[in-house]
Design a protein around this ligand. Sequence first.
Ligand SMILES: C[S@@+](CC[C@H](N)C(=O)[O-])C[C@H]1O[C@@H](n2cnc3c(N)ncnc32)[C@H](O)[C@@H]1O
Length: 229
Amino acid sequence: MTLELDVVTLFPHQFDWMRGSRPIANATGAGSLHLRVLDLRDHAPGRHRQVDDAPYGGGAGMVIRVDVVCAALEGIYAAPVADVLAERRVAVLTPVGRQLHDEVVTELAGLERLTLLCGRYEGFDQRVHDHLANDAISVGPYVLSGGEVAAMAVVDAVTRKLPGALGRDESHLEDSFSEALGGRPEYPHYTRPEEFRGWPVPPVLLSGDHGEVARWREEQSRLRAGSNL
Ligand SMILES: C[S@@+](CC[C@H](N)C(=O)[O-])C[C@H]1O[C@@H](n2cnc3c(N)ncnc32)[C@H](O)[C@@H]1O
């Protein structure tokens, strides 16, 4: 199965670096991801292609227009917006959306068609949330300058869950918050040197006893779950 993932943004060039990076390139090569980055401005009506306007009621900042977003969705998918929403997940990036926890990432990775709408300025006209989208995602309870960085976090985290995205020596199955770890943080990792400035690697990891290593990792994961480390 391929995830058709479209990002709609006013700054498509910001995503250029992602295409060649793992895991995007791997998943694309493996056929599990088809990523498109589309310019919202291409669909703005009028000679000046204005995408935003001043807020009704006054106040600072500009608001992205509902007619522009509607034209973009209907233009990109060549279908009335009701049909677009019936056949794909359209998620607005917003600080007040559903928090991007691992379960949400897993849910999104299981979709066939996902569109991410990146806001800017004061965000979207509320009618975009109410009538042109069927999901709203937040990458955390803080405010970024635009939806692009948030969309990159979504694209990266979701892509890691797709077949072929990670190299053979990497696995998301035991990543922090995974089912395999009961939703807990991952255990700590160590590599050479065995000792550095008097800071030793835990001896159990050098013991060669796989059962003991597994028990230690489980215990460490549980300890981390109870702390903020
Ligand atoms: C400057 S923010 C708008 C903030 C908005 N005025 C508010 O106070 O909620 C511009 C855009 O950045 C994106 N954005 C900012 N913070 C985000 C977050 N934590 N998660 C997802 N998207 C975010 C959204 O797309 C938003 O429309």
